[in-house]
Design a binder for this molecule. Structure first.
Ligand SMILES: Cc1cc2nc3c(=O)[nH]c(=O)nc-3n(C[C@H](O)[C@H](O)[C@H](O)COP(=O)(O)OP(=O)(O)OC[C@H]3O[C@@H](n4cnc5c(N)ncnc54)[C@H](O)[C@@H]3O)c2cc1C
Length: 413
């Protein structure tokens, strides 16, 4: 039996590792479009800050594929022929499969025009989406770049902005919404975080839409809708991602916002899909879209492996979770994205700089955010995933005693 895994990120890696843990003895071949062993994207900021020296991003060990006895093929897949159960790589090599896993993740999507030469030694837009992209950024930093503009103030945009600032660059962040982390927090919670960001010397341009980049030899300045022009040596896009599905054109695999899968994460006959490339149901809202977070990629990889082994295990659905520590105080958010669904009720508690915000719908948690004191996060998570009524917990929550009053042995704080 030969299993091909298209993608060597957290999802593909989880498939290979779990298959071996469950006793799979057949052949596993993993494919990657980059010239590196499997690495963990959440550790890219640490890698950048270490100027490329840190190896912790190879979180499974650089010898992962040897350890799990899988082949790692450094070739980009350019087509899938489901009828003949084979994939074709961009250099024309064909590989047949008994089972195929699509775990090709997502790539940067940049909705900003560029009026500068198409070819040149420098990237027009840099990004932070892959190790290859971060290495290009490092090359530019080594040449002495001093000013950077980050477009997009989501969690990746803010992570890169704070890291570059820490490395001594002058950094400006351009965000078209009225706040940073717009999908994670509302304006009230964003405000103290924005103050902290400004205190660290980062310039924030909120309510500002980047329209185009221009330059004579290379990208030199970013033009905003307001007409303002920001000059820099580095322009970094953190404007969102799109699934890597180009190679599935005419393959018969259905693609919406990501690869469409059933509850067993099957995308077609003997084909599974998981991680950032697949669209899955959200357990809170029921909406279907790629969740694009590490724990979901790993969880989906494990379910796929179990189903490849012949178990019929349904995927329970995904949950949006973010935990940031970059602002000097912890920030945890979980549940529906900001603005995704209208709540019936909002509870907002602020005590001594700590904020707890809860959105409820039909008596259940739609979303919660904790800033500073994260006590109770485990219990709120438990109530959210089990879709329990919040009513029995309300009193303790309002008194700030959710954790101590109701601590349960099986719920971590
Ligand atoms: C900078 C950064 C920070 C992040 N921080 C967090 C965090 O703090 N918490 C969190 O939960 N999530 C975080 N994420 C998101 C998390 O990294 C992703 O959800 C996770 O990596 C998804 O795993 P994946 O395996 O689905 O895809 P990816 O990690 O994108 O891996 C895709 C794999 O597919 C390969 N591939 C793509 N196209 C092809 C092709 N045509 N042929 C062959 N191979 C191909 C790629 O080379 C790669 O090996 C972060 C992401 C980034 C970029």
């Amino acid at each position: 039996m030969r299993i091909l895994i298209a993608g060597a990120g957290p999802a593909g890696t989880a498939v290979a590792e779990s298959l071996r843990e469950m006793g799979f003895e057949g052949e596993i071949l993993m494919f990657t479009a980059e010239p590196f062993p499997p690495y963990s994207p959440p550790v890219l900021a640490e890698y950048l800050e270490s100027k490329g020296k840190s190896r912790t991003l190879f979180w499974k060990g650089e010898d992962f594929t040897e350890r799990v006895n899988a082949g790692l093929i450094y070739r980009k897949i350019s087509a899938l022929d489901m009828g003949n159960k084979r994939i074709i790589t961009s250099d024309g090599v064909e590989y047949t499969y008994d089972k195929l896993v699509l775990a090709t993740g997502a790539r940067m999507w940049i909705p900003v025009e560029c009026e500068c030469p198409q070819e040149g030694p420098k990237e027009k837009f840099y990004n932070f989406k892959s190790l290859t992209a971060v290495n290009k950024l490092l090359d530019e930093l080594r040449k002495g770049a001093e000013r950077a503009v980050v477009i997009g103030a989501g969690f990746i945009g803010m992570e890169i902005a704070l890291t570059l600032r820490e490395m001594g660059l002058k950094v400006t962040v351009v965000e078209m919404m009225d706040r940073i982390l717009p999908r994670m927090v509302n304006k009230t919670i964003a405000r103290p975080l924005e103050e902290e960001v400004r205190k660290r010397g980062i310039e924030l341009r909120l309510n500002s839409k980047a329209v185009f980049l221009r330059g004579r030899e290379t990208a030199e300045e970013l033009v905003l809708e307001s007409g303002e022009v920001i000059k820099a040596e580095l322009f970094i896009a953190a404007t969102g991602v799109r699934p890597n599905v180009d190679f599935l054109k005419d393959s018969g695999i259905s693609v919406g916002r990501g690869i469409k899968v059933n509850e067993y994460l099957e995308a077609g006959p003997d084909v599974y899909a998981g991680g950032d490339v697949a669209e899955v149901r959200d357990i809170v809202t029921g909406n279907v879209y790629p969740h694009a977070i590490y724990p979901e990629a790993v969880a989906q990889g494990k379910v796929i492996a179990a189903n490849l082994m012949g178990y019929r295990i349904p995927y329970p659905g995904a949950l949006n979770m973010n935990s940031l520590h970059h602002f000097g105080l912890p920030l945890i958010s979980e549940g529906a994205m900001e603005g995704e669904e209208e709540p019936d009720e909002e509870i907002f508690l602020e005590r001594g700089g700590n904020i707890k915000r809860l959105l409820l719908k039909d008596g259940k948690i739609l979303r919660f955010e904790l800033v500073g004191d994260k006590k109770g996060a485990g219990l709120l998570h438990w109530i959210t995933v089990r879709r329990l009524s919040f009513q029995p917990y309300r009193e303790a929550f309002l008194r700030g005693r959710l954790n101590t009053a109701l601590k349960m042995p099986f719920v971590s704080s």
